[in-house]
Write a protein that binds this ligand. Structure first.
Ligand code: SAH
Ligand code: SF4
Ligand code: F3S
Length: 431
């Protein structure tokens, strides 16, 4: 049988990377064959992100070149899936050339929609919301050392700048049994490092259990080494979390805790539900209880009405807490979110200047943090290889480069002999 071939590429957050494997699983089961090269594909799926304008533009650029490709390959099927599909619906087919536009809750229907398109040659737009959790599906795992398990979908927090609640729908937790099955599936396929993902994992609940209960259950499953989770919302993080994390065998001491802003006035306008002081207190407590813990964060500049003083407050937290790493963004207005009503907008040049300044300061800190690793002995898990260079990860989520032959999927002790920029170079000390 000549199976139709699909190529899939995910943009955006861990959720999309995870769901690309859910989609692959659905497609394989329906008899389609995945290819790793776009040129061989009969169907190209882009799993898209709407979180910032820039993310959308990248996909629109890609969509445009696929549209050109279609001139020489008229049978090519282009599918825009995920958050942009939900956001723009039919607009992505009219003018932009998408044949399938399928939102995050409708992936089960992909095989049927492909077949329908092949028959009728009319764009198929599916963007209904439901309570889809993809239960009963084991995401495809191919040759991986690290893997994700989504434990919840959607978001109810409505941070005023954020499009996620509008494109992903209401928050829903995945039942414990499904989570355990997926963890076991990853283990059976050789995965050693497992990250539980969700827009706000701390809000997970099910059958009277809470997130920490689930974490203890997963931690007790044997056959893998490392357990992580992302993302934690600062408003939901408590001292109890650190106390419990300390008792887990596999927890890797790193918490991604998006700060967004250090100004209480801006945090309030963002609807974040915590103050600068509360945030600082939580990080300090975390470091007290789990001394080797690393904190990473997301920060945004240029939120509407942000003044130089607000920005100074953000820099103050950055300088005080010294995050191991930060993702830093310029505010990007998302249509129909509450923040659109907050005026005045910050001028583009000012936003850019603030971002540049923030990046400069954080880069310095990230560098210093990396230098602290010099001469330290670290346990690393080798994840991938590029030529003669291997990339290995510490429990605290730092990537170390190893330039001697090692095996991917294996754990080694290494000593950091040099730090290039902020990348530590390690030498293996056991074999
Ligand atoms: N659920 C996660 C991830 C949200 S999106 C969380 O709550 O942290 C990831 C990051 O993108 C956010 O933390 C925020 O810093 C950034 N972001 C979200 N909306 C944005 C917008 N409109 N403009 C700029 N950055 C944004
Ligand atoms: Fe967006 Fe806030 Fe939900 Fe995160 S918690 S996805 S920033 S609304
Ligand atoms: Fe982007 Fe959707 Fe994730 S908007 S950040 S891909 S949930």
């Amino acid at each position: 049988m000549n199976r139709e071939k699909y190529y899939i590429r995910a943009y955006g957050c861990q959720m999309n990377l995870y769901e690309a494997d859910v989609i692959s699983s659905i497609m394989d089961k329906a008899g389609f064959a995945q290819v790793s090269n776009e040129r061989e594909a009969d169907i190209v799926y882009l799993v898209t992100c709407s979180v910032r304008n820039h993310a959308e533009n990248r996909v629109l650029g890609r969509l445009n070149s696929l549209k050109q490709l279609k001139k020489s390959k008229p049978d090519l099927i282009i599918g825009i899936l995920g958050c942009m599909a939900q956001n723009y619906k039919g607009k992505l087919s009219n003018g932009h050339g998408a044949d399938l536009v399928v939102g995050p809750d409708e992936y089960r229907r992909l095989p049927e929609l492909v077949n329908k398109f092949t028959q009728v040659h009319k764009p198929q737009i599916q963007t209904e919301f439901n309570t889809e959790n993809y239960e009963g599906i084991l995401p495809k795992v191919v040759n991986k050392t690290t893997g994700f398990v989504s434990i919840m979908r959607g978001c109810n927090n409505y941070c005023s700048y954020c499009i996620v609640p509008y494109v992903r729908g209401r928050e829903r937790s995945k039942p414990k049994e499904q989570v355990i099955q997926e963890v076991n599936n990853l283990i059976n396929n050789g995965v050693k490092d497992i990250t539980l993902v969700g827009q706000n994992v701390l809000a997970w609940n099910g059958d009277g259990l809470k997130f920490l209960d689930l974490l203890k259950i997963v931690d007790g499953i044997s056959g893998f080494d490392r357990l992580r989770f992302i993302t934690s919302h600062p408003k939901d993080l408590t001292i109890k979390h650190f106390d419990v994390l300390l008792t887990l065998k596999k927890f890797c001491p790193n918490i991604h805790l998006p700060l967004q802003s250090g100004s209480n006035r801006i945090l309030n306008l963002m609807n974040r539900g915590y103050t600068k002081e509360e945030y600082i207190q939580k990080v300090k407590k975390g470091r007290e209880i789990i001394p080797d813990i690393s904190f990473t964060t997301d920060v945004m500049v240029g939120f509407p009405t942000e003044t130089d003083d607000d920005f100074k407050d953000t820099l103050d937290v950055i300088e005080q807490l010294k995050f191991d790493f930060a993702y830093m963004f310029k505010y990007s207005e998302r249509p129909n979110t509450k923040a659109c009503e907050i005026k005045p907008q910050v001028n583009e040049t000012v936003s850019q200047q603030r971002l540049t300044k923030l990046i400069e300061i954080q880069n310095q800190i990230t560098n210093e943090k990396s230098k602290e690793l010099l001469d330290k002995t670290l346990e690393v898990l080798v994840e991938s290889k590029n030529g003669v260079q291997f990339y290995a990860r510490t429990k605290t989520n730092k990537v170390v480069i190893i330039k001697e032959p090692v095996e991917t999927g294996k754990t080694y002790l290494c000593k950091v002999i040099r730090v290039a920029g902020w990348t530590p170079i390690g030498k293996i000390i056991n074999n």
